[in-house]
Write a protein that binds this ligand. Structure first.
Ligand code: IMO
Ligand code: MG
Length: 424
């Protein structure tokens, strides 16, 4: 069985916990897009781990983790993540971690370009500043450097020369910024290549052979559907296809080999960075939920914007991703609320929108139409059985199911592994 897990909103839905939980039953976990802009939190006992590039299943030492070709890899970030794990007693071996040689490399000039571009933009995206956008832009512009190139000094030299010739002009003339010195970058990235070499594989061959041998695979989406480059709230999105469809180009596994897609859906909505957010809370409620849900970015530490559950948005997401099961995350965060709202449509200039609007102006200015349900005001934290949830919490979940027309299989009631309800 090959399953994909994606985020249905704007990221930070709790994919890390869900993947860690589901990966105990699979052989291989694969990241297929994004880079170290992701921040996936896994809590084991009293220990908290935050993964950016490594698949969240890396804590299961008997499982294989793959970084597929669709991921952009920042070598020093990868090495520091491996080093941090080692300090905590976890040594990751090439048997356990396989990185595609086709992954594009986030270069230091990508990181600098990311922040320089943001600094001059009138409509700031609020990126994570990790160089993700410029790296994917080079991939599509066909001047990117791939992991495999770091292992071949001649190829790296020629590609880097071309890139620096162009980028240094941009730095000098466009931004009045410092130029990069070829020798330094070349030396550093060859050295990174030597250290990462044992982990580099043709992961498409590896994965397809594993499928032939009836091994099961879990694909771990990063970011969320509304950060997808095509279907997200463009241009306030990331630069990859974070939807289920991104699995195929991002891993080399054909669509017919994917059996099922599960969405991680937060019981409310959050967003980091700029861009439209129709159901965003007013300040007072935002402060309450932000605090209760510890809504601060796992990558940048920025406070996350918070709002009510938006069923218009999530319904669209479930359609695009072909979702057949839902995992509702962070239900316990809503324990403190008197009333809970669900957005069922948008209104703009006297018109009601039941579907996600394409026009950016509508999305930015529309007023949500809400349905209000009574809260439960009872601690659901760590509840592990559906029947033990308060009636109003069950009513809220069942109303979501009705609106979304997909079954809720998992409900998360805390960050620990066992704080999970499995309904069937
Ligand atoms: P996980 O996997 C939440 C957001 C950034 C910004 C936009 C573009 O933890 O859910 P980028 O650096 O990718 O060019 O930034 O995307 N963003 C995320 N928001 N969770 C993430 O990942 C995100 N990765 C990127 O805040 O608005
Ligand atoms: Mg995150």
């Amino acid at each position: 069985m090959n399953t994909v897990v994606v985020g249905a909103q704007w990221g930070d839905e709790g994919k890390g916990k869900l993947i860690d939980f589901l990966s105990k039953d699979v052989d291989i976990t694969v990241r297929y897009q994004g880079g170290n802009n992701a921040g996936h939190t896994v809590v084991v006992g009293t220990e908290e781990y935050i993964f950016h590039l490594l698949p969240s299943a890396i804590l299961h030492s008997d499982k294989v983790c793959v970084i597929g070709n669709g991921v952009v890899v920042d070598p020093p970030a990868l090495l520091s993540e491996l080093k941090d794990l080692k300090k905590r007693g976890i040594t990751v071996t090439p048997k356990q971690l396989k990185i595609s040689g086709f992954c594009h490399v986030v270069m230091p000039y990508h990181r600098i370009l990311d922040s320089l571009r943001e600094s001059v933009r009138k409509n700031k995206i609020g990126t994570t500043g990790r160089g993700i956008g410029p790296c994917y832009a080079d991939k599509v512009a066909r001047c990117g450097i791939r992991m495999i190139d770091l292992l071949n000094p001649r190829i790296l030299k020629s590609k880097l020369e071309d890139n620096l010739a162009e980028k240094n002009q941009i730095f000098k003339k466009g931004f009045g910024a410092k130029e990069f010195v070829f020798d330094e970058v070349y030396r550093d990235y060859l050295a990174y290549g030597r250290r990462i070499k044992p982990f580099i594989f043709d992961t498409a061959i590896y994965l397809n052979r594993a499928i032939d041998q009836k091994k099961s695979i879990l694909f771990e989406g990063a970011q969320g559907t509304f950060l997808d480059i095509d279907f997200g709230t463009y241009p306030f999105v990331t630069s990859s296809n974070s939807i289920v469809g991104g699995v195929c180009p991002g891993s080399g596994v054909p669509p017919m080999k994917i059996d099922k897609a599960v969405a991680a859906v937060k019981a409310y909505t959050t967003r980091v960075g700029e861009g439209p957010f129709p159901t965003e809370f007013p300040t007072r409620l935002k402060d309450i939920v932000q605090k209760a849900g510890k809504e601060f970015g796992a990558t940048t530490g920025r406070p996350r914007r918070c709002g009510w559950f938006d069923s218009v948005l999530v319904r669209y997401s479930l359609m695009i991703n072909g979702i057949s099961e839902l995992a509702i995350m962070k239900l316990d965060v809503l324990d403190i609320l008197e009333n809970i709202k669900i957005c069922t449509a948008y209104q703009y200039r006297g018109k009601t929108f039941k579907e996600f609007p394409m026009d950016f102006e509508v999305l930015c200015k529309a007023k949500p139409v809400y349905e209000t349900l009574p809260g439960w005001k009872w601690p659901t934290k760590a509840v592990e059985e559906y029947s033990k949830l308060p009636g109003n919490a069950r009513r809220y979940l069942e109303r979501l199911e009705e609106l979304l027309k997909v079954k809720i299989r998992y409900v998360s009631t805390g960050s620990k592994r066992h704080e999970t309800i499995i309904r069937y």
